[in-house]
Design a protein around this ligand. Sequence first.
Ligand SMILES: [Zn+2]
Ligand SMILES: [Zn+2]
Length: 258
Amino acid sequence: MAFWGDYHTHTIYSHGKGTIEENVIRALKSGLKEIAITDHGFRHMTYNVRRMDWKTMRQETEFLKTKYPSINIYLGLETNLSSRRGKADILPSDMPMLDLVICGYHKFVLPDKLSDFGMFFLPNFIFGNTEKSSAKLIKRNTDAYIKLLENYSVDIVSHINYGIKADAAEVARACRHFGTYVELNGKRISMTDKELEIIASEGTEFICDSDAHSVERVGDFSVPVAAIERVGIPYAQIANWERLPRFRSRKEKGLYKD
Ligand SMILES: [Zn+2]
Ligand SMILES: [Zn+2]
């Protein structure tokens, strides 16, 4: 019994310590069939992938695909939720170059519009995932996630409620509607067990990722497994447990034959 893929890992191209190849080798050693390289999106102020590096990353990935044919390697991005209107820091023209699209909320991201600084980033920076977030802010954040899923073919929403507070069950319902996976993040899970229980009971599909920022952590699913066991989430609802996930953006690109 095992996880078959790790779809959220970072490299030296953003905030990670290892190279793409080191992450791939580690994934192979961990017995994974698939790995995604998903560095931080373009508008993160400190850990972003630079657009000028993308071509090199793609060339490196294509080379590694031929060097290690026994593992599927995806080159994607962990894009940033950058506005209260559900904007991510990618352009529609970026979609064809991404094998996989993760999106999550992070601090220190260039807002889409100036008003998003005052109405989205600043209040979330101050209140984060705390009880102090007002009902109005929680609603605004929830709407931002839902609009994001309407606007983009997001495959995975990373670490819901990390540094932000939204109605996680509502966000998960939207994920289910659009065919996006809810992530159980390998560094931390910011949804409460109660929220996870509700989300799981409604049939949501989760994906477990390491969110590795160092090579040794690639394929480390211990935090998600602890949550699965604690909450009693059925393994049948884990998209990368003993099976390969079917990603929304890849479905829309017609990349699945059957
Ligand atoms: Zn993240
Ligand atoms: Zn990450």
